[in-house]
Design a protein around this ligand. Structure first.
Ligand code: PHE
Length: 464
């Protein structure tokens, strides 16, 4: 294990981990979820979920990784004395396969739209959401184009992972994360300078508690997991490349702050532009690929702004996608003794192939027809509704029942110079947070299972 790679610097690690966290979830999902579910009211609930459920599990994953210096399967195996807990690690590896298969498809779309914007292709869509919607659905439903873009996206991903932790993941994050921040900052500036843009701020940030319902709370919680890349061992894997000098607590806070800040910047950029141009803010998931292309041509320098927007979406997706592939590569390197090249090429290839079916399922070729959802939606729901929350809850239970809170705290305190309170105080806080998070997540999973089996979720039954 001596030749195991490590991060080159603390900043490099924070950028890589926040690169994993910042992804399609921040720029694509968060803005429309917040906009439709009560604006700031949703954001407040989301922040509470991040702090109570997200932070303890993020700390837990990082500590498990750093303590064992192993990726998830080996880590659970080592800490639990080769018991059944290793299956939590396998669940993580399986989730990585599932998520990357469809994530790579959307990654391909972001590339295609960057090029489309740059070549002036949005001009023909100006002010015409119907045409834009048709262009988008024709594109994602066709058999050839999206597959090619998905394969190009996956090649970038494989190329970075092959280069390793320091020269691949860390170097990539050091270039892409600052670029994302700067370009988003410019877009926010542009949006705010447009006449009427400030109304977008109100839409996103003014609390509308009447729009907040139990299902938005469930949504905020699920999103807290997805956006922090929790529940599948990504943060265990990234934590395993950390040395013992670092303060895990402050690193985790940095990751959360950057993730949240970028989500809010993205929301601000999008809604100021949408409102200034009088477009429909409630377009939901289609907001980005359908509505934005119709309004970029109407603002000055729209070709560049449009291309920059889709380019940051591409970089955000890429820094997340590499963290997903790294979970799989690290498993085969750590546990099976494979070379990094072999593991990455083989499994990057397999995932690309599954992704091809995922993409094709949005057109005429759907292998999951019998379930009434496309293969693409099936993988998306399977991972974000079930696999990640189950993985997260099991990680919390593992720490509570097997690893033990005092050992967890000792790992967290390495690298912490001064402590304000007694150890027992921190132990109690950690314990309470982990119990709360496993309970809440457990409830949500039961809710989803009810909904799936009986088309009756608990909140529907309670009459909401
Ligand atoms: N956090 C990423 C996003 O917000 C998605 C992701 C989930 C990445 C799980 C890695 C692991 O888009």
């Amino acid at each position: 294990m001596n030749n195991r790679e490590q991060w080159g610097s603390r900043l490099g690690f924070i950028l890589a981990a926040s690169g994993s966290a910042v992804g399609l979830g921040n720029i694509w999902k968060y803005p429309h979820m917040a906009g439709q579910n009560g604006g700031a009211a949703f954001t407040v609930v989301y922040l509470i979920c991040i702090l109570i459920v997200g932070l303890p599990i993020l700390l837990g994953e990082l500590a498990i990784g750093r303590n064992t210096q192993l990726s998830p399967v080996g880590a659970f195996n080592k800490l639990s004395g080769l018991s059944k807990w290793k299956w939590v690690g396998f669940l993580g590896v399986a989730s990585a396969f599932v998520i990357l298969s469809f994530y790579g498809v959307v990654g391909g779309w972001t590339l295609k739209y960057t090029i489309l914007a740059l070549s002036g292709g949005f001009d023909a869509l100006s002010g015409q959401p119907d045409i834009s919607g048709k262009v988008f659905s024709d594109f994602i439903g066709s058999s050839f184009q999206p597959v090619i873009w998905q394969l190009i996206f996956m090649s970038f991903c494989i190329g970075i992972i092959i280069k390793g932790v320091k020269s691949g993941i860390e170097s990539g994050a050091k270039i892409m994360m600052p670029l994302i921040l700067v370009i988003l900052g410019l877009l926010v500036f542009k949006g705010l300078s447009l006449e009427g843009g400030k109304k977008g701020l109100e839409f996103l940030f003014k609390p509308k508690f009447s729009d907040l319902n139990p299902s938005s709370i469930v949504m905020a919680l699920g999103h807290a997991f997805f956006t922090l890349s929790l529940g599948m061992g990504t943060m265990i894997t990234y934590g395993s490349y950390l040395d013992k000098k670092q303060n895990l607590f402050s690193s985790a806070i940095w990751v959360i702050l950057l993730d949240t800040f970028i989500a809010m910047l993205a929301g601000t950029a999008i809604f100021t532009i949408v409102f200034a141009m009088g477009a429909d803010p409630s377009a939901g998931a289609g907001l980005i690929f359908v509505v934005l292309p119709t309004i970029f041509p109407q603002i000055g320098g729209g070709v560049i702004w449009g291309a920059l927007f889709f380019f940051i979406l591409f970089m955000a997706a890429l820094t997340s996608a590499i963290s997903i592939l790294e979970v799989i590569t690290a498993y085969f390197v750590d546990e099976k003794g494979w070379s990094r090249n072999k593991a990455t090429l083989l499994f990057g290839g397999v995932i690309s192939l599954v992704g091809v079916f995922c993409s094709l399922s949005l057109g005429d070729f759907n292998i999951t027809n019998f379930m009434q959802v496309s293969f693409f939606d099936f993988l998306d729901e399977l991972s974000s509704k079930y696999m990640l929350p189950i993985g997260g809850a099991l990680t919390a239970l593992f720490i509570l029942k097997k690893w033990s809170i005092p050992v967890f705290l000792d790992e967290l305190l390495i690298g912490v110079k001064e402590r304000k309170y007694e150890k027992s105080f921190y132990q109690n806080v950690l314990k309470i947070c982990l119990i709360i998070s496993s309970l809440i997540v457990g409830l949500i999973i039961i809710n989803e299972v009810f909904d799936l089996l009986f088309d009756q979720s608990l909140q529907k039954m309670a009459g909401f």
